[in-house]
Design a protein around this ligand. Structure first.
Ligand code: NDP
Length: 484
């Protein structure tokens, strides 16, 4: 694979690549720190141009039948699958995630969303309500122009998870990728055009927070869907509220993974590895507080240490590599800061903890044991490869401790006691939960957070509710009465 990823132009507006903006946006390959492309940040005129294109395209797009819109989305899913390797290689260069991962989890998941919502498009509708002789019905209508704003950890997946339900419902979209990973959303825009989407239905503008803020407050925008951190979510939610815009907020987490004594240790260790080290730990729903019941703690830590010998850290373009760099220098530094705090506050380092010297942004998979609830590493989202293992005695105790956080994105439980498994997940204050697995998020099931971790749901039929609204139509069959 050669590193040649400079796109035709920085933005994609009204069906074509558009160059513009003044400030440079360098794109860095996280494994080496090398600049592999240079784009431009959009200026206000470009943002307005993208929104105008989306606004102009929306009525005709919504006027197509669901079957027609769905056919275009499903064709886009096919093209995405045909180009999976090329898209995965691009994503690996942009994010640093191992090709072993991007080949199965990024564009592939985006294609699933396009296929799933393409299939649902023709089924959308309202209901009929009989009112004696009169009746009413509801029409499910598009919201209008939607804005999507993405994080850097799953760029094409996030773009597709937002575009697919939005477009299926008859909306159009302007998407702003994270400035750290601007490349693959442009490919989604290209693919949608190739699949037959009219110009203006899906547009991409590059930019940082300022561009995001302009998009969110634009008077022609009806809905904002953000994937990002809680602090950004609060700002964006507040800005969107000023115009009473609809929102979906997919934010951060500090999710618990609870492992009882009777669990299958091997599976529990696998889940803890997936839920802390996949994508070098840069996953919102990660189970970063691993609560292990005391009777199984030593067995768990022993097997975890053995399994960590299987880490193959290296050039993420090598398909044998299973652990890549972090996305940026800034992110490595954040993680280093948390590791220092963990040590200072008395957590026991049992694996990793060191930055790998040399070019690029490398951090070893790191495990702390004997972590307590009030340590900083147990309270704050780190967004890196740092697992905290905490001990517990009883079910009641662990549920209270698992829920004692402002976050509520996800939670998991490992036990072979069927009744306990369901009892525990029922008490988790979290939007997405797992029994005897962790971090599986197929498009068919709703995904999202409770408490500070978010508002609304992506994926599943539930996403339709967040990209459409109902219009009620009352139909009188007789005369109209009035008091005078
Ligand atoms: P940030 O919150 O820093 O940024 C998210 C996006 O919002 C970026 O595109 C950013 O632009 C943009 N942005 C920043 N400020 C504003 C603003 N004032 N108005 C509008 N847009 C703005 O998150 P990261 O990119 O660092 O991603 C990591 C975070 O995302 C973690 O907290 C993680 O948990 C969360 N996340 C949540 C997921 C979920 O589904 N719940 C999934 C993946 C990640 P730019 O960065 O270009 O400045």
């Amino acid at each position: 694979m050669t590193i040649a990823v400079q796109p035709t132009a920085s933005h994609f507006i009204n069906g074509a690549y558009v160059e513009g903006g003044s400030e440079d946006l360098p794109v860095v390959f996280p494994a080496t720190g090398e600049v592999v492309a240079t784009l431009k940040l959009a200026d206000e005129a470009l943002v307005d141009q993208a929104i105008a294109a989306a606004k102009a395209a929306q009525p005709a797009w919504a006027a197509l039948s669901g079957v027609e819109r769905g056919r275009i989305l499903r064709r886009a899913a096919e093209i995405m699958r045909e180009r999976n390797r090329e898209l995965s290689e691009l994503e690996t260069i942009d994010t640093g995630k191992p090709l072993q991962e991007t080949l199965i989890a990024d564009a592939a998941s985006g294609a699933d969303a396009l296929e799933y919502f393409g299939g649902l498009a023709a089924t959308l509708g309202g209901e009929h309500i009989q009112l004696g002789a009169d009746f009413a019905y509801t029409r499910r209508e598009a919201l209008g122009v939607c804005v999507g704003i993405g994080a850097w950890n799953y760029p094409i997946q996030i773009a597709s998870w937002k575009a697919a339900p939005a477009l299926a419902c008859g909306n159009t979209m302007v998407f702003k990728p994270s400035e750290t990973t601007p490349l693959s959303a442009l490919k989604l825009a290209e693919i949608l055009i190739e699949a037959g989407a009219p110009a203006g239905v899906f547009n991409v503008v590059q930019g940082a927070g300022a561009v995001g803020a302009r998009l969110v407050t634009h008077p022609d925008v009806a809905k904002v869907s953000l994937t990002g951190s809680v602090p950004t979510g609060r700002k964006v939610y507040a800005a969107a509220a000023e115009g009473l815009r609809h929102v979906t907020m997919e934010l951060g987490g500090k999710s618990p993974l609870v492992i009882f004594d009777d669990a299958n240790v091997e599976n529990a260790v696998s889940a803890a590895i997936n839920g802390n080290f996949y994508s070098s730990g840069q996953i919102c729903s990660n189970g970063t507080r691993v609560f292990v019941q005391k009777g199984i703690k030593e067995a768990f830590l022993t097997r975890l240490a053995e399994r960590l010998k299987g880490v193959n850290m290296g050039d993420p373009r090598d398909e044998a590599v299973n652990f890549g760099p972090m996305v940026s220098e800034r992110q490595v530094q954040i993680v280093e800061g948390y590791i220092a705090k963990g040590l200072a506050e008395g957590a026991r380092l049992v694996a990793g903890g060191q930055r790998r010297e040399g070019a690029g942004f490398w951090m070893e998979p790191t495990v702390f044991a004997d972590v307590t609830d009030t340590m900083t590493i147990a309270e704050e989202e780190i967004f890196g490869p740092v697992m905290s293992v905490l001990d517990f005695d009883t079910e009641e105790e662990v549920i209270a401790r698992a829920n004692a956080t402002d976050f509520g994105l996800a939670a998991g439980v490992f036990t072979n006691n069927l009744a306990r498994a369901h009892r525990v997940v029922a008490q988790f204050k979290a939007g997405t939960t797992w029994i005897n697995t962790y971090n599986l998020t197929p498009v068919e099931v709703p995904f999202g957070g409770s408490k500070m971790s978010g508002v609304g749901r992506e994926n599943g039929r539930a996403a339709i509710e967040h990209y459409s609204e109902l219009k009620t139509v009352y139909v009188a069959m007789g005369d109209t009465e009035a008091p005078f």
